[in-house]
Design a binder for this molecule. Structure first.
Ligand code: SF4
Ligand code: SF4
Length: 190
């Protein structure tokens, strides 16, 4: 087991290197494995690997397991762990970096619910310039959980009642300019 971990660390040095190259990213090497991040995380119960374990896995060179995990995708970017980490590791920024890297390396779990949700969210924002919650929920539920659509109806109605959801999308004033920015960003990404 020990030799396997060492081999993985050698093979996947690039992931640790990339994380360490983030602003103040070298702090990842100072992780105390104290678990404060995991204890404070509001979505910890849903995570495949806790934030504490993700840092242990990065340092152990377990690239494929880290980048194939849905943990970074479920991170809600609340920054609570970042504020409380005694080693001052920018945990939330690391989660973003892991998402970027998992897409670049083709290791993101494209079939997971959360990944599909992100894809739909991005498609709608790129098209309309802003998110349209109703469209997002309809598309997501129809694609992923069609049988649950009826049971979720009352929740949707409550959201209409509180003004959280609108029938028509917000119209962005300079949508053409926004489309150019999106095109340029896509080109740079390639
Ligand atoms: S709170 Fe910081 S030091 Fe503690 S386990 Fe999490 S990342 Fe490591
Ligand atoms: S930023 Fe992400 S990992 Fe950190 S506590 Fe919030 S949800 Fe959990």
């Amino acid at each position: 087991m020990k030799s396997k971990t060492l081999v993985q660390a050698k093979e996947d040095h690039g992931l640790l290197e990339e994380i360490a190259a983030l602003p103040e990213g070298e702090r990842v090497l100072s992780c105390l494995q104290c678990g404060t991040c995991s204890a404070t995380c509001p979505v910890a119960a849903l995570l495949e690997h806790s934030p504490r374990r993700i840092f242990a896995m990065i340092r152990a060179g377990m690239k494929e397991q880290v980048l194939g995990s849905v943990t970074p995708w479920l991170c809600s970017s609340c920054y609570d762990c970042t504020v409380k980490c005694p080693a001052q590791i920018k945990i939330t920024e690391v989660m973003y970096a892991l998402k970027r890297r998992s897409i670049r390396e083709g290791l993101a779990n494209q079939n997971s619910d959360v990944h599909r949700f992100y894809q739909l969210f991005t498609e709608i924002v790129c098209k309309h310039g802003r998110i349209h919650e109703l469209l997002l929920l309809l598309k997501y539920m129809a694609l992923r959980h069609p049988l649950s659509m009826l049971s979720q109806g009352p929740v949707g109605l409550r959201m209409f009642g509180t003004g959280c959801m609108r029938v028509q999308p917000h119209r962005m004033k300079y949508r053409e300019s926004f489309a150019k920015i999106v095109d340029k960003a896509s080109l740079l990404e390639e």
